[in-house]
Design a binder for this molecule. Structure first.
Ligand code: SF4
Length: 461
């Protein structure tokens, strides 16, 4: 049978009509975006979302493989559903996402009561596979990756992406620009779980952003600024930003995550010049030491990273720059760690996600000699966290008295009198105000600094 497009398939599967689904999402923005795609796909097929996992006909875990802990959590959650699954023979328990891609059939050998394992490039087949299980009672596994490296997205993948135009957030859309990664950093499992880099056509992305009608869009990609170079008619990421900047009604454009080695001057100029592109870049450093970066195979030196970093700070006034820092990579010696702390001290990021190294299967780092004891790695991680927290507080405190525009998300869960919203520089602000401001762009004056963001009041002037 040839590949049916998702829209056609959605209307030809009576097995799904009237049934319910519940998706549990782990991991990154890309997984959240994939879960939105899946929701749209299943809803089009006649299924309904069920808020209570234990009442759903299809329970799907959208998983992350980036650290062992993330996988352990999924196994723990699956284990807790064993009795429930056994008591409900009609229910389908499925696993998708990076862990499903990595484990494939092995996942069913480890957890025999899982009915469906579906990889990252096969999501468009989900309705068809669920229908097959309900028809035959046979478990289904699909984890094939697109083979050719030099390609754009498959037609079926693209068709599925069109479904997320509606998404769950009324004001913001997260739109994948590209999938996969060709970089093969020593510690990272993503090229194995997400496959080779492949970009969507710019007109598809633009159409989706327009159709969403949202005020803010975040473009997603594992190395989002590598976007477009392999398309049949290559375009740059800066070209894509220029194209989206012209969309009427769209107020803000964000993107995550760029790779430092692919950050062109043209892209910096575009960020500086395009009014809708927000003043925030998340630029993963990982280590501030050249030899550690070489061990990690990151493809840049500290000096090359700094060139991009300082140019962004110089060309884009008010920009905030955040990063990822990895402590305890195999082979990282004390001196390299000290160098890394010095670099972080010099660059003064606005915030950082800090991680301890976690060995992942089929990566280069998995088999690297690693004489550094676990407690030393944990101590290094803590030193990095303490340093960055102090810098984050100072950076946030420097905003006190400033006025920032926030996109109001709505009342806080804990206190209905308090609203929250992100400033253009991606700092979270909490401030008192009426719920009717939700979805509006509102100026707020910063009154307090916290590690998590800013306390503020609505600016009436
Ligand atoms: S650039 Fe490196 S860390 Fe980022 S997804 Fe690709 S391999 Fe992983």
């Amino acid at each position: 049978m040839g590949i049916l497009l998702a829209k056609e398939r959605a209307h030809t599967l009576p097995e799904l009509a009237g049934r319910t689904y519940h998706i549990v999402t782990f991991g990154c923005q890309m997984n959240l975006s994939d879960s939105e795609r899946i929701e749209a796909l299943l809803s089009d097929a006649g299924m309904r979302r069920e808020a209570d996992l234990r009442r759903a006909d299809l329970v799907l875990f959208n998983t992350c493989s980036v650290r062992q802990k993330a996988e352990d959590r999924v196994y723990g959650n699956l284990g807790r559903l064993k009795q429930h699954r056994r008591a409900h023979p009609e229910m389908i328990l499925g696993v998708c996402g990076c862990m499903a891609q990595r484990e494939g059939e092995a996942l069913r050998r480890k957890v025999s009561f899982v009915d469906l394992v579906i990889g990252t490039a096969q999501l468009h087949r989900l309705p068809e596979m669920a229908a097959e299980i309900w028809r035959t009672g046979q478990a289904q596994v699909a984890t094939e990756m697109p083979r050719k490296r030099n390609q754009h997205l498959l037609e079926a993948e693209e068709d599925l992406l069109a479904g997320i135009a509606r998404g769950n957030d009324p004001y913001k859309a997260w739109v994948p620009a590209m999938y996969g990664c060709d970089k093969f950093c020593a510690f990272c499992i993503v090229p194995m779980t997400r496959g080779a880099e492949r970009s969507r056509r710019p007109e598809e992305i633009e159409a989706q952003v327009r159709a969403s009608g949202r005020k803010e869009v975040t473009l997603l990609g594992q190395t989002v600024n590598s976007y477009g170079r392999k398309l049949p008619e290559p375009v740059t990421f800066a070209d894509l930003l220029r194209r989206l900047n012209a969309i009427e009604g769209l107020e803000r454009i964000r993107f995550t995550s760029p790779h430092p080695a692919d950050f062109s001057d043209d892209l910096i100029d575009a960020i500086a010049a395009l009014p809708k592109v927000c003043e925030h870049v998340h630029l993963p450093l990982q280590s501030g030491d050249d030899s550690a970066l070489a061990l990690m195979r990151r493809g840049y030196t500290v000096a090359e990273y700094e060139r991009v970093y300082w140019r962004l700070r110089e060309r884009v006034p008010g920009i905030s720059i955040t990063t990822d820092l990895l402590a305890g990579h195999p082979g990282e010696m004390e001196e390299q760690h000290r160098n890394s702390l010095r670099t972080v001290e010099r660059l003064r990021f606005d915030a950082a996600f800090t991680f301890a190294f976690s060995p992942r299967p089929h990566t280069r780092a998995e088999h690297m000699p690693d004489p550094v004891p676990h407690d030393v790695k944990m101590r290094r991680l803590q030193e990095m966290i303490d340093l960055q927290n102090a810098i984050t507080m100072e950076r946030n405190a420097a905003h006190i008295g400033e006025v920032h525009q926030v996109l109001v998300e709505g009342p806080s869960d804990k206190d209905p009198e308090m609203l929250s919203g992100y400033a253009r520089n991606n700092k979270l602000a909490h401030f008192p105000g009426p719920a009717r401001l939700a979805g509006r762009l509102v100026p707020v004056r910063v009154t307090e600094a916290h590690i998590w963001g800013l306390g503020a009041v609505v600016d009436m002037c």
